[in-house]
Design a protein around this ligand. Structure first.
Ligand SMILES: Cc1ncc(COP(=O)(O)O)c(C=O)c1O
Length: 308
């Protein structure tokens, strides 16, 4: 098969399987109307029920890179509840890649969580290693010894190729609004999504990140590294809020729990407490503090994370 035929087949599959461009929904309430804020939600959570949200954006150009190099196997890493493991397993199933995941916790097995059960059902091979071994791999960035012709994608799915996929989301937004928005806001975990937005916006758009981890400030360096590697001109107009973590990654404060539960009872779409809950909570606080200039367009990225 020629490169070109393979690319056409790949793009064709994307069109058949995924909902792209993802919808941009107007999000209205009295407070926004009073402050003259036009608020939109980029519904990346609707891209696919198993390859949800920013996972597709971050994986796409990694897959293209693999295809270009005739690599058919992806090796990646994560915890037993990782959205990235879930999505990578699904990508393997739909797009014909062999997938292997190194999972943190040698006490676990393929029945330990819904994520691992699903991944295993998709055909992903799971290798369980101790938490110490796992930490060493992450800290030392020790290359995984493999004779296989594989693409190794780190935990969370962020590589320099991820920035291009996120850039497609920014392009969609600009097209859907017929202009670039004044603000784009997203959650920050490994920082691949925000780096992709920063790399693909001009300074007329302020990019805002809500860090979901405690003491996540080290991510500033990750962002810089990703932007340097991508060699794209950088939009310096960005700000990350570090204090909306509600206790740390996957932790919940009582305020967050109440907020998410009220939100889900009153809105037509759902959020979860790990990423989108913290994003929407922070957004409400910032609106109440008059952070946003009036007569502006604001886009919140719903990065998925819900399992339907
Ligand atoms: C649903 C969801 N939203 C947001 C994020 C954070 O994105 P990033 O890791 O690119 O900062 C993640 C993790 O990657 C995620 O799974």
């Amino acid at each position: 098969m020629t490169d070109n035929t393979a690319n056409i087949e790949f793009e064709d599959k994307i069109k058949r399987i995924l909902l792209l461009p993802s919808p941009l929904h107007k999000f209205e309430n009295e407070v926004y109307a009073k402050l003259n804020l036009e608020v939109f939600i980029k519904r990346d959570d609707l891209i696919h029920k198993e390859i949800s949200g920013n996972k597709w954006r971050k994986l796409k150009y990694n897959l293209i890179e693999a295809k270009k190099n005739e690599i058919n196997e992806i090796i990646t890493f994560g915890g037993a509840y990782s959205n990235h493991i879930y999505a990578t397993a699904a990508v393997g199933k739909y797009f014909g890649f062999e997938t292997i995941a190194i999972i943190r916790g040698d006490e676990l097995n393929e029945n330990s969580s819904e994520t691992l059960k699903f991944a295993s059902k998709c055909g992903m091979k799971l290798k369980f290693i101790s938490r110490t071994e796992y930490r060493n791999i992450r800290i030392d960035k020790t290359p995984i010894q493999t004779n296989l012709n594989s693409l190794v994608i780190p935990e969370g799915g962020t590589t320099v190729f991820s920035l291009e996929g996120v850039g497609e989301m920014v392009e969609e937004i600009n097209g859907q609004l017929n202009q670039s928005p004044d603000y784009i806001i997203c959650p920050v975990g490994t920082a691949g999504t925000i780096a992709g937005i920063i790399a693909n916006t001009h300074s007329s758009t302020k990019v805002i990140g809500i860090c979901v981890l405690k003491k996540g400030q080290y991510l500033e360096t990750e962002i810089e590294n990703l932007l340097n590697q991508s060699k794209k001109e950088t939009n310096l107009n960005y700000e990350i809020f570090w204090d909306f973590h509600h206790g740390g990654y996957a932790k919940k404060s009582p305020e967050l729990t109440t907020f998410v539960s009220n939100f889900n009872s009153n809105q037509e779409f759902e959020i979860e407490p790990i990423y989108s809950g913290k994003l929407f909570y922070a957004f409400e606080q910032l609106v109440n503090q008059n952070y946003f200039k009036p007569n502006t367009k604001i886009v919140l990225i719903h990065t998925g994370g819900l399992r339907y």
